[in-house]
Design a protein around this ligand. Structure first.
Ligand code: PLP
Length: 444
């Protein structure tokens, strides 16, 4: 038995894999990974795959990055963990200060957790609790976009609109209001799609604002539904509507933050003269560069002040055991250092231009609709009329891509790339050629 097969069989006997119908693994077992280096993952027999989706969008600087490794080795010998309730430590302080500075102190307070769904629930709870503390407890409903994804714990599922993840648990949920998505594919132009969606948001807010605590949105790209990209004018106007109707705005930047959209925070593209930040901003996934679980919620002085009191119960009494873990914060600091020392946003613009050039043939391909790119995200929709073929498209593409040395998993019939910020020219060529060749094979 090969080393790969042996590990795969033990995994299937003992590990319940996430987001997976385990029976599917009878035909395609999970990839057995021994190690990672840069953009590459290596299996137990030395075959390598370019990690074109940054391992579920988290490994922003690839695998085993020397600078992040060194920072973590140092942190390991200093302080691996201490509770954040009643204690503090330098990495969590420095991380909070540096992130706040990136918002010009608009979001000056940072609350920590370990995963994205928890960050979303923290923002929802904080919003509700703010209104309760300020004498408006009736504001306890939430609004999300159609096709939104904000995580899969029960609270986060209330604001998630992906049927596949939600329907089985529907009897357990308290649904949020759902308003039209500004998905650019839905309009004549991206601006027209945004305008139509804004009408729906305004209709709901004008009618129900007395009961609504917050509107939660994935800025610029609804990732999990299949990289639905939209115009920043939607966010500017949504900010204005939320101000007018006294509704909090929660920016879920768990996937699009940390440079993925082309700016450090996606929301920067919706600011007007540096103003108009959301009331809450959630980060996770890339914040710790794929090293350790970390998430956080940034918020304003105004919201923070509404909890500051002699009365304990007016405080935000929420916690997780690993809240603000020093190792995870140190990984985040090393990630921020790389942004500065390597001028990442500028070098990503060059990578994006090059990859667009290499993928040029897909733009005009008659088998493809809606080729799109924003920052370091690419996507296109395959035109597959046959239903059975459409249903198996993602699995077949995934298998074809592996043969071309690529880890790529389409969402339905949407092929997308979310590569790490480390690809050199040869790797960009490998990525583009492998993607196009896999597509040809699957469509043949
Ligand atoms: C991944 C994701 C989440 C959930 O994060 P987890 O760490 O998987 O719980 C929430 N919102 C968005 C936009 C995401 O992409």
């Amino acid at each position: 038995m090969s080393a790969n097969t042996e590990l795969q069989q033990r995994s299937l006997a003992a590990v319940w894999h996430p987001c997976t119908q385990m029976k599917r693994h009878e035909t395609l077992p999970p990839l057995a990974i021994a190690r990672g280096a840069g953009a590459w993952l290596y299996d137990l027999e030395g075959k390598r795959y370019l990690d074109a989706i940054s391992s579920w969008w988290v490994n922003l600087f690839g695998h085993a990055h020397p600078a992040i490794n060194a920072a973590l080795k140092d942190q390991l010998d200093t302080l691996a963990h201490v509770m954040l309730s009643g204690c503090t430590h330098a990495p969590v302080v420095e991380l909070s200060e540096r992130l706040a500075a990136k918002t010009g102190q608009a979001l000056g307070h940072c609350f920590y957790a370990s995963d994205g769904a928890s960050a979303v629930e923290i923002a929802l709870k904080m919003s509700f609790h703010f209104w309760r503390n300020t004498g408006r407890p009736q504001k306890r409903e939430f609004v999300c976009l159609k096709n939104s994804y904000h995580g899969e714990t029960l609270g986060a599922l209330n604001v998630t609109d992906v049927d596949l993840f939600r329907d089985a648990y529907d009897p357990l949920l308290h649904h949020a209001h759902r308003v039209a998505s500004p998905d650019a594919r839905l309009g004549e132009t991206p601006e027209a799609a945004a305008k139509a969606a804004l009408l729906d948001l305004e209709r709901l807010l004008s009618e129900k604002h007395a009961q609504i605590a917050a509107f939660i949105v994935e800025p610029l790209i609804q990732c999990a539904t299949g990289m639905a990209m939209y115009d920043a004018c939607y966010l500017k106007e949504a900010r204005r509507l939320c101000d007018r109707y006294e509704v909090h705005l929660i920016a879920d930047e768990i996937a699009v933050g940390c440079g993925r959209s082309g700016t450090f925070f996606a929301w920067e593209q919706a600011l007007q003269s540096g103003k108009g930040w959301p009331d809450f901003l959630c980060l996770s996934k890339g914040i710790s560069a794929g090293y350790l679980p970390l998430s956080l919620v940034m918020t304003t002085d105004e919201i923070y002040a509404a909890f500051y009191d002699d009365d304990v119960t007016r405080g935000f009494l929420h916690s997780h055991s690993y809240t603000g873990n020093p190792m995870a914060c140190r990984a985040a600091l090393a990630m921020l250092d790389l942004f500065e020392s390597e001028n990442v946003l500028a070098s990503n613009r060059l990578r994006a231009a090059r990859l667009n050039e290499l993928l040029q043939s897909a733009v005009a391909d008659s088998r493809i609709r809606h080729f799109r790119n924003r920052g370091m995200v690419w996507a296109f929709d395959a035109i597959v009329d046959d239903e059975t073929k459409a249903a198996s498209f993602s699995r077949r593409f995934h298998e074809a891509a592996l043969k071309h040395g690529l880890l790529l998993r389409p969402i339905g019939t949407t092929v997308y790339l979310m590569p790490p910020y480390v690809l050199d020219d040869a790797e960009l060529v490998h990525l583009a050629e492998g993607t196009l060749a896999s597509f040809d094979e699957v469509m043949a």
